[in-house]
Design a protein around this ligand. Sequence first.
Ligand code: APR
Length: 312
Amino acid sequence: MGERKKIALIGAGNIGGELASLAARRELGDVILVDIPDKEGVAKGKALDISQACALEGYDASIKGTSNYADIAGVDVCIVTAGIPRKPGMSRDDLLAINVKIIRAVGAGIKEHAPNAFVIVISNPLDAMVYAMQKVTGFPHNRVVGMAGALDSARFQHFIADELGVSTKEVGALVLGGHGDTMVPTLSYCTVNGIPVTQLIEKTKLDAIVERTKKGGGEIVGLMGTSAYVAPAAGAIAMAGSFLQDQKRVIGCASFLTGQYGHEGIYMGVPSVIGKTGVEKIIEVELTDDEKELLNKSAAHVRDLVASVDKL
Ligand code: APR
């Protein structure tokens, strides 16, 4: 058996705690939960709680809490949730100015102590935060990626499965574009065990499902008063697992575009192959004219966010 992998989770809040629990349960590697000095107790407490669950459930993982970046030395993966989550009525973009400062501080810590890590960003507004993270670390673009498409596709899959009364496992879905209200759930690539969903659900219902998917995050913020954390953690763990175990899964991620889908120089949600070197390939699919137009609008919105990051 090879050496145990190490995973740093930067931010020990709602998503960070869920990530630690999932990483331990899947025995992906040893976990270091990092938060600011004021919240070190929370990081240490969550680490102890999950370690004690390991004893009950019989899985092997060492989980430690810290506020010292030196403790992430040599990690294979960093998953970043540091930042503040949305409050009711706040858009992801409202978070930009606050979270970009946090991402720059976190990125400096990662660059110094974990220069070879694969970095998965979850903090919002996602497409802008992953851009800021790559800039501050200077890591190759294929080693810095954002978690969004996995979550947005999962929401789309759930709503389709729920409408049809079938298992979510049978539903395949592809959501492209920025992680926000401009995302593009593609009906032409949504299938139920290979059957195009357009043959199974009438157009008005499908349109409503697309709208609900786009606002899927906001729906949960409205209900709970804070952002979702279970499905976002599951999305990032799928990406981390594909990297650590070289699974080469095809996952919707905010990847850096170099001309794919007609865009370059920005991070945006596209189907990406994740293996042991990070994002190994971006898959380009044909889109309808409507989908192309929506994707271009989404890219324009991402460009605006990136311009705001560059000004800060
Ligand atoms: N270094 C490490 N941790 C930090 C830093 C920092 N510089 N700044 C803030 N944090 C921590 C906070 O102390 C907090 O514990 O990040 C954690 C964020 O946790 P929550 O507030 O519970 O937020 P969460 O629901 O986990 O969401 C985190 O992901 O989906 C996005 O919009 C969401 O941007 C938000 C992020």
